[in-house]
Design a protein around this ligand. Sequence first.
Ligand SMILES: [Zn+2]
Length: 92
Amino acid sequence: MEVLGFMSIAEDPRRKVKGRRPPQGTPCGYCFNAWATVYDHLWPYSAGGDASDENLYPACKRCNLILNNRCFDTIDAKREYLRQVLLEKGEW
Ligand SMILES: [Zn+2]
């Protein structure tokens, strides 16, 4: 169904990503210690990151929550930040 003048809900890139999940059995790309259940945005949506495959990275819920909307220059910097947080919590 066409909704003239508006982007239909199905075309909303945000919704598309929300509905997408990593395939079952995909490890978290950050801690490698849990199954990925969501896609993390390498460049956060709130900072202009899009929903392209290149910007999505499989993550477990915990890592995704910790990383939240923080911006990092590289994936290694992201991983290192996460490692520090988990080390402090005694979960690494
Ligand atoms: Zn994780």
